[in-house]
Design a protein around this ligand. Structure first.
Ligand code: ADP
Length: 629
């Protein structure tokens, strides 16, 4: 049986035994049709071809009666099988009634077909086998006793002349039914055969039933083990599919409660002090219970045991002395609990607890299962906590960078403007040496300004991921055109050809972005292309629209990017070795900012490059169909 079938069997409202009984009874009824027809047919056959002196009317009546009461049974079994029974009692009563009717019909048949001389006497054995299949051993022996009583009763009554005797196989001259030895012999063999048959068939059936019960128990265990395994797997998958701590914990409590078949589950995590366990996720508990208070390790021996690494079962809350809130648990209707430790690499993280409304609900199996779930969960929780801490650290770093760079901005501006005044000769003539030195200082101050601007941009991006509503429709083609125009002069100074091609449909191609953001992206890409392309080279900017996306390509014939530098290109402060060697100025921040902005506008950026041949940056944005309101 496969798992799907197993699961179906376990979930079906009727028990397998019940289904089997219905099938057996139906089969019993089918056989009875044959028996009824058989009695009528055999009577007709014997009457027509052998001309035996049969009480045909009585025998036909028996045959027809069998068919009639069988019809009634057929109707009853169809009704019974339509409503799933809570117990097997109706089936049991029904089976016994059928056998009772059959017994009467059989006794009449035996009587009318020659009493102890009747060949129909052997048919009783079928009934014993059927009874053994459908009923208990006791019931089978009861029927065996009844059968022997009925048959020997008929024999004795006929022998005594109280009942008339019908001659069927033996002639009146033989009158075996009147001979005591014949009567005693047949009755003895009939009784012994009936009881041996009853014993053999019921013991065989009992053995078969035992095996069957074992198989059912085994498959149920297998199904439970499978469901749990599936839960562990699903838990692992579910908790690792997200790094959001709240989501990880929420999934964990839900799945655990489901798998253990209990009403509630909670997770508590240790606070910074390591002395209290605070609720971190709950499923199936009332607000009042959740807010009853933290678990304080000093006052809670049970929590201490769990935190020390032990999985603990509380079988009966009313008799448990180690709990901190036993009264609240009882008010909540909780009678048993199972708690497992959540352990991280560096120490305990907290505990996971399952709650049941019945005492003694949890088994050792459940404890092992929860421990396994807790182990899986701990890894996910630790990852999520680390991720959360990293996020906080990143925010702190950005805040720090922002503050420092902001403070640097004004002195640098002042330095640059003073240098401008000096170099402009507004405060007196400068000697050649002085001018050259001041120009170098100006160069450096300009770079410092760029660095500050980049850092501020980067920190701004990290600090507040600008909300969707801040975005506006920006005509990308127009923005590209403007930037290309702006860079014509610097390109010409380096004797670089800067060309621009737009394969766009009529009208502006709009994307959801910010004007400054788009300007920054284009500036970075075009200025890099010019910066990293030697004199006499070419920079081409191409834009085209395909499948609701606007794609922008910035290609150059410059120095290219080494293959092992490509994965780091969008990292902050990263500069490829060839770029560092050939172009002194550079912060390594431009591409990080560019990627951040592109992602924020729902786009995607990629790069292709070959050292010594050139580089192409490709940026794709979804075209704005309708502006989100
Ligand atoms: P910066 O240009 O200030 O160094 P960026 O973040 O703009 O910083 O670029 C990061 C690195 O990517 C550069 O240092 C360079 O190694 C590489 N790079 C970017 N654009 C190009 C390009 N067009 N050609 C070659 N290398 C490039």
């Amino acid at each position: 049986m496969n798992f799907a079938a197993l699961r179906k069997a376990a979930q079906s409202s009727s028990v397998p035994v019940e289904a089997e009984l219905v099938a057996s009874i139906t089969w019993f009824i089918t056989i009875r049709w044959l028996a009824g027809i058989g009695v009528i047919g055999a009577t007709w056959f014997a009457d027509t071809f052998f001309r035996v002196a049969l009480p045909t009317l009585a025998l036909y009546t028996i045959g027809v009666s069998i068919l009639l009461y069988n019809t009634a049974f057929y109707v009853i079994v169809r009704r019974l099988s339509r409503v799933p029974a809570r117990t097997l009692t109706p089936y049991d009563i029904f089976t016994k009634t059928q056998i009772g009717f059959d017994w009467l019909a059989m006794t009449a048949l035996i009587h009318f077909s020659g009493g102890l001389e009747s060949p129909a006497i052997f048919y009783f054995f079928f009934h014993i086998i059927i009874a053994a299949t459908l009923l208990s051993m006791r019931a089978t022996f009861f029927y065996a006793a009844m059968a022997t009583l009925l048959v020997s009763g008929v024999g004795v009554l006929e022998y005594a002349g109280i009942l008339p005797h019908y001659f069927v196989l033996l002639s009146a001259t033989e009158a075996a039914y009147r001979q005591p030895l014949f009567v005693i012999g047949i009755v003895f063999f009939f009784i012994s055969t009936m009881f041996v048959a009853a014993y053999l068939s019921s013991t065989l059936n009992a053995r078969l039933r035992k095996r069957e019960a074992e198989v059912i128990a085994l498959s149920q265990n297998l199904l439970r083990a499978y469901t749990r395994l599936e839960t562990v797997y699903e838990t692992a998958e579910a908790v690792s599919s997200t790094l959001e701590l709240a989501q990880v914990l929420d999934r964990l409590v839900r799945r655990t409660a489901d798998a253990l078949g209990v009403r509630a589950c909670s997770i508590r995590l240790l606070d910074e002090s390591g002395a209290r366990l605070k609720v971190a996720a709950v499923y199936g508990l009332s607000d009042a219970y959740i807010h009853k208070g933290d678990l304080i390790l000093a006052h809670n021996p049970l929590a201490r045991e769990v935190i020390a690494g032990k999985t603990v079962i509380v079988n009966d809350v009313t008799a448990e002395t180690r709990l901190q809130y036993p009264r609240q648990a009882l008010e909540e209707g909780i009678y048993s609990m199972l708690s497992a430790p959540l352990q991280g690499k560096k120490g305990p993280l907290g505990l996971i607890r399952a709650y049941s409304s019945e005492p003694n609900h949890f088994t050792q199996d459940d404890a092992e299962f929860l421990t396994a779930i807790a182990r899986q969960g701990s890894i996910a929780i630790e990852n999520a906590l680390a991720y959360e801490a990293l996020g906080k650290l990143d925010q702190m770093k950005s805040k720090f960078v922002r503050t420092v760079t902001h403070e640097l901005r004004s002195p640098v501006s002042v330095v640059r403007s003073l240098l401008h005044t000096l170099l402009g000769g507004y405060v007196g003539e400068l000697s050649e040496t002085q001018r050259a030195m001041l120009q170098r200082v100006q160069h450096r101050a300009d770079f410092l300004q760029t660095l500050i601007d980049d850092l501020l941009d980067l920190a701004a991006g990290k600090m507040d991921v600008r909300a969707q509503e801040e975005r506006v429709p920006v005509a990308l083609d127009e923005a590209v055109h403007r930037v290309v125009e702006r860079f014509q002069v610097p390109a010409q100074e380096k004797q670089i050809t800067l060309d621009w091609e737009c394969k766009c449909p009529e009208g502006p191609v709009k994307i959801a972005a910010t004007n400054e953001g788009v300007d920054r992206i284009l500036n970075n890409l075009v200025s890099n292309a010019i910066k990293y392309t030697p004199r006499g080279g070419r920079v081409s900017v191409r834009m085209f629209v395909r499948e609701n996306c606007a794609t922008l390509e910035v290609s150059d014939t410059g120095i290219g990017i080494p293959e092992d530098a490509l994965p780091h290109l969008f990292e902050e402060f990263y500069r490829a070795p060839n770029a560092k060697a050939q172009v002194k100025e550079g912060t390594g921040l431009g591409l990080a900012i560019t990627k951040d902005l592109v992602t924020r506008f729902g786009g995607h950026i990629s790069v292709q490059s070959q050292v010594g041949h050139g580089t192409t940056f490709t940026v794709t944005f979804p075209i704005l169909v309708e502006l989100p309101v």
